[in-house]
Design a protein around this ligand. Structure first.
Ligand SMILES: [Zn+2]
Length: 428
């Protein structure tokens, strides 16, 4: 994995190109940019065919262990790489332990293990299990096992522990990587941890820089515990940490930072020096909150804009205009607010599909605009434009959705499994 830095602006971050993958030498990603958040290796609700209406070029995929762990045996038996197995051979696969959209499932921590939150509940995995999985998946890049379970409320002790454990895991993973034939063309991404403690962050970067030549880029993690709460982070505590870490990291390496950050916070993180984000924000808005992203990033527009549109709101029932006037996405070209509102009201599967397509398109266009503003060093103008827009009240889950807390979901799942067993028996 190779990162080419083209511009460092005074106050608006940096422009670059990520590429140079062994398997896909011609694939590149302009940064600041996004990699696509997936579940089980697929972009949620958007099939490969539907995705061609959103973006018809091969892309970079964020694949997480939490929702692909159950596929390990099948991938291994097929002798295919994860990219081949999910039929995305022309896309780059980047493997990480966690899914940025998932809510952590509480449990007892275990010394040598790291928890991942799978569809069957919390699973503690060992370094050996993790590296065996990486070897069977053979992604284009992966992050060694690490402990990034910290947020702004973590104690100093927890932050220190995350650093110590990560250091230990890193050493063992690098050793494994050096001796592995299967992994010789996989790039490694270095995990920077240490919570909100600047000294520990410094130490974490120091440790990684000892083996800098082994890393294709760096992942800044341990800032939050993932899930919808990240959309409400305001950045007061987060930005100084991210800025300090970016200053210490080598300029010529790409910096990843994942989570469902608010589009305004993304701008601050770009200015701080982050290069690559993910699309879990789009997913949480479309699928969990049923909201279309309609914030304006055209700084010449003087109209009063709203940042989101609640598709379940009955005021759209007879509105035959597109979700967003002027949007060139498939959904806005073909369908109306009234139709999307009807789909969500009747719980049609097409609802989240059309909304994901619009939101992804809008987010891709947003990042194109961000790059323009970085090039012209005018990111602050874009931020000011966004700050003046009206936002909807925070999303409140309905009664039924509230019931589906992780613990309840787990029970539901065991019930489903029981039901499955029953129906299988019946079929037999
Ligand atoms: Zn649209």
């Amino acid at each position: 994995m190779k990162f080419t830095l083209s511009t460092i602006s005074k106050c608006s971050g940096r422009l670059g190109v990520l590429g140079g993958l062994d398997r896909l030498p011609n694939l590149s990603l302009a940064t600041p940019g996004i990699i696509f958040h997936t579940k089980g290796g697929s972009i949620p609700h958007v099939s490969k065919e539907a995705m061609q209406h959103v973006c018809n070029e091969p892309t970079f995929l964020h694949v997480s262990i939490s929702n692909t762990l159950h596929m390990q045996d099948a991938v291994q038996a097929s002798r295919q790489t994860i990219a081949e197995f999910i039929a995305q051979n022309n896309c780059a696969t980047l493997l990480f332990p966690r899914d940025p959209s998932e809510i952590p499932i509480p449990g007892v921590p275990e010394k040598e293990l790291v928890p991942v939150y799978t569809r069957n509940g919390r699973r503690n995995i060992s370094l050996e299990q993790y590296m065996t999985l990486v070897e069977s998946f053979r992604p284009d890049a992966y992050v060694p096992l690490y402990d990034g379970d910290t947020d702004m409320n973590s104690s100093k002790k927890r932050e220190q522990k995350s650093l110590d454990r990560t250091e230990k895991f890193l050493e063992q993973c690098l050793e494994w990587h050096r001796n592995s034939d299967a992994l010789h063309s996989c790039s490694i991404i270095g995990p920077v941890v240490g919570g909100y403690n600047e000294k520990l962050r410094e130490k974490s970067v120091e440790v990684l820089r000892k083996t800098d030549e082994l890393f294709g880029g760096y992942l800044i993690d341990g800032l939050h515990m993932n899930g919808p709460s990240v959309t409400r982070l305001d950045g007061t505590a987060l930005l100084p940490v991210v800025t300090a870490v970016c200053k210490q990291l080598p300029e010529e390496k790409v910096r990843f930072c994942f989570g469902s950050y608010d589009p305004m916070l993304v701008l601050d993180m770009v200015a701080a020096g982050v290069d690559v984000f993910d699309t879990s924000y789009v997913y949480l808005k479309a699928v969990q909150e049923h909201r279309a992203l309609v914030f304006s990033f055209d700084v010449s527009s003087t109209e009063q804009h709203t940042t989101e549109l609640d598709t379940t709101d009955s005021q759209w029932a007879e509105d035959f205009g597109p979700l967003l006037a002027g949007c060139r996405c498939y959904t806005c070209q073909k369908h109306s607010r009234a139709y999307v509102h009807h789909l969500f009201n009747t719980r049609e599967m097409l609802g989240p599909i059309l909304l994901m397509m619009h939101n992804l398109h809008h987010y891709i266009e947003y990042f194109k605009t961000i790059r323009e503003h970085v090039r012209n060093d005018t990111l602050s103008v874009l931020k000011q434009h966004l700050a003046g827009q009206k936002s909807l009240p925070p999303y409140e889950p309905s009664k039924e959705e509230k019931v589906l807390t992780p613990a309840a979901a787990k029970n539901d799942l065991s019930e489903i499994t029981e039901d499955d067993k029953q129906s299988k028996k019946q079929r037999a």
